[in-house]
Design a binder for this molecule. Structure first.
Ligand SMILES: [Cu+2]
Length: 652
């Protein structure tokens, strides 16, 4: 799915890889005179390395002009390329197949790596290397397996030494969609890994070609095919002696050949034609100490590449644990970070969004109850993932209740019997808690403590009688760190049974605070830890200047009900234009004698303050948080501020 710029880049890359592969395949089978195994080698490597594979093919192997392949491929660096190609083609195919399968099986990364190594080695040895050698040298298949073992071992070790860290660091990096074979990113990591593996395996392959341990590039011409080309060439260019000579040489079937009429020459830089039958055999001249040293170093390189990443990333995790999770930039992820920590902080996946709303849709809309005959007030709540505008050009991916942030306001009267049916449409389990209320324990909401969490698609019925009155709220009590930070909360306003008990004011305004973390187009649950610090702040689901403006007249009073619906900060909420009277705290009305004047109240998470402010003078007066950062939008002030800020517009 396309959620990050890298996805678009990779789409283009794979289109280019497809085109490059098509070109190499076409050219190999129509024009290039080399053994079929090598043709497939270049085709596969181009599939994995994209335009880079095409570049290598054109520069090192593609016959530039008819008849020149033998001379063209003779330089040692090209022979080394050829040797690396048939190593990488086999090994990488095995590794990639194994990676896709182990990811689907949900095996931990460290087991993945071992399975991939074994699969790559087996695929390379038993399929590519041995078949290639057999077609070149004849002999039985198992003889070739035996001869190929050591060169394949050294080459594979160096290749995996390069590829393993690429996979470990990128798959367990910040965007763990790289662990999911259904994502382009997985294939992008594989491609990049193959490119790095090619580079790390190349020097060893050059050495092995020099020492006659491996073949490099070879020429193999089919006589009829060449005759046709010959004819074309005579018309087009006139004669080309080299080509004819090459063909003549090649058309002489060697003793070790399968006598199919194919002819081969090879430009092996070091091997030469040492074979007893004057054909294409190789007599390795590497000494045992040389082989032992090279083999030993290759094992060390392999061990380093496989094991060292475990110092930094948690290789015990699997695609099933954390695959698809995208972590916030700056989150501390080390070798000990468990899967649950990653899932807690992961972005809301854009693919889960089921609705998108602009600024015209408000949160905190009062929900009308359905009245049952027995007088029970019934509310239906449903959680879901939505895209929610907090500013004209900023939308967060939020966990919403009834498609709004904050969730709908439940406005009831003291003594009401209420039933709240909660249906969960989130990708994870949830519950709701009725903050501050005295109610039966099984209605209280804490997941796994008083109730089973409501699974995705499940529902739960809460029912209680509201014995208290005042300013309350409800919020998620399952994965609270994540869910409440993503928007699962709403106001619960309970009017006193006796209306006389209400502290009256001309205007009544509820303020629900929230902190958001939005980076690179993704929304992460904000939390007070590394990588989790918020950069947007909202009152009732909007950041200033998109917050409401409260309009009143001089002399009128305004009751503000501050609710700490947020998770992370104590917000010192301040009102300009003179002090207010603090009349209630946490839903409890303060006795008249104990009420006090203030111009700032510290609203901590979970706390509520009801304050009454009088409009003394006309003009625009502010309600805002006194932590300066909380009145910016992503550190930017616009129209005088941002975030936790509301204007009171007082007319004379
Ligand atoms: Cu604040």
């Amino acid at each position: 799915m396309f959620v990050q710029p890298v996805d678009y880049f990779l789409a283009v890359w794979f289109v280019l890889a497809g085109l490059s592969t098509a070109y190499v395949a076409l050219d190999q089978f129509r024009n290039n005179p080399e053994p079929v195994v090598m043709k497939w080698g270049f085709i596969l490597v181009t599939l994995y390395m994209g335009p880079l594979g095409l570049l290598i093919y054109v520069l090192a192997d593609k016959e530039p002009r008819p008849g020149e392949h033998e001379a063209f491929t003779k330089p040692l660096w090209k022979q080394g390329v050829g040797s690396t190609i048939h190593c990488v083609a086999g090994d990488a195919t095995g590794i990639i197949l194994a990676a896709a399968i182990t990811a689907a099986l949900g095996l931990p990364m460290w087991i993945d790596l071992i399975v991939e190594y074994v699969a790559g080695f087996a695929f390379g040895l038993f399929i590519f290397q041995s078949l290639f050698m057999k077609s070149m040298m004849g002999g039985t298949y198992w003889e070739n397996v035996r001869k190929s073992f050591m060169p394949e071992f050294i080459s594979m070790n160096f290749m995996m030494a390069g590829m393993a860290p690429v996979m470990s660091f990128l798959m367990m990096g910040s965007d763990m969609r790289a662990m999911e074979p259904t994502e382009l990113l997985f294939w992008g990591v594989m491609s990049f890994g193959v490119i790095v593996g090619f580079i790390t395996a190349y020097p060893a392959n050059v050495w092995m070609v020099v020492r006659g341990l491996k073949h490099g590039l070879m020429t193999e011409r089919e006589p009829e095919f060449d005759k046709a080309r010959e004819g074309r060439r005579e018309h087009a260019h006139g004669g080309a002696e080299a080509g004819v000579a090459g063909q003549r040489h090649g058309s002489n079937p060697g003793a070790g050949h399968h006598g199919s009429g194919h002819g081969s020459t090879h430009g092996n830089g070091g091997g030469g034609s040492r074979g007893p039958h004057g054909g294409h055999g190789m007599e390795p001249d590497a000494t045992v100490p040389q082989l032992a040293a090279f083999g030993g170093v290759s094992v060390l390189a392999l061990a380093l590449g496989m094991i060292a990443p475990a110092n930094w990333v948690n290789l015990t995790l699997s695609a099933r644990d954390v695959g698809g999770a995208i972590m916030p930039p700056g989150m501390v992820m080390d070798r000990d970070t468990p899967a649950a920590a990653m899932l807690d902080m992961a972005a809301v996946h854009p693919r889960l969004v089921t609705a998108s709303h602009g600024l015209e849709v408000r949160g905190d809309r009062e929900l009308q109850a359905r009245m049952e005959k027995n007088g029970v007030k019934v509310f239906d709540l449903e959680t879901s993932v939505i895209r929610w505008a907090i500013l004209p050009d900023v939308k967060v991916d939020a966990y919403a209740i009834n498609g709004q942030v904050p969730g709908p306001r439940l406005h009831i009267r003291q003594g009401d019997r209420v039933r709240i049916n909660v249906t969960n449409r989130l990708p994870e389990s949830t519950t709701l808690h009725w903050h501050g209320l005295i109610l039966p324990n099984e209605m209280d909401g804490p997941a796994e403590i008083t109730q089973e969490p409501i699974p995705p698609g499940g529902s739960y019925r809460y029912e209680f009688t509201a014995g208290q009155s005042g300013t309350y709220f409800y919020h998620s009590h399952d994965h609270v760190d994540r869910q409440q930070a993503l928007g699962l909360y709403g106001a619960l306003i309970i009017d006193p049974a006796n209306p006389q008990d209400e502290i009256a004011a001309d205007h009544d305004y509820v303020i629900q605070l929230q902190e958001w973390l939005m980076r690179e187009g993704l929304t992460f649950p904000s939390m007070p830890m590394d990588g989790g610090q918020p950069n947007y702040f909202t009152i009732n689901g909007r950041a200033y200047p998109s917050t409401d403006t409260i309009r009143m007249k001089v002399g009128e009073t305004l009751k503000v009900r501050f609710i700490g619906t947020n998770n992370g900060f104590i917000h010192p909420m301040h009102i300009h234009g003179g002090p207010f009277e603090v009349v209630a705290r946490d839903g409890e009305t303060i006795p008249e004698s104990a009420r006090f004047l203030a111009d700032t109240v510290n609203v901590g998470p979970g706390q509520r303050y009801d304050v009454v402010w009088q409009a003394r003078r006309p003009g625009k007066w502010l309600i805002h948080c006194h932590i300066g950062h909380h009145t910016t939008n992503n550190n930017v002030e616009e129209k005088g501020g941002g975030g936790l800020m509301v204007v009171i517009d007082v007319q004379s």
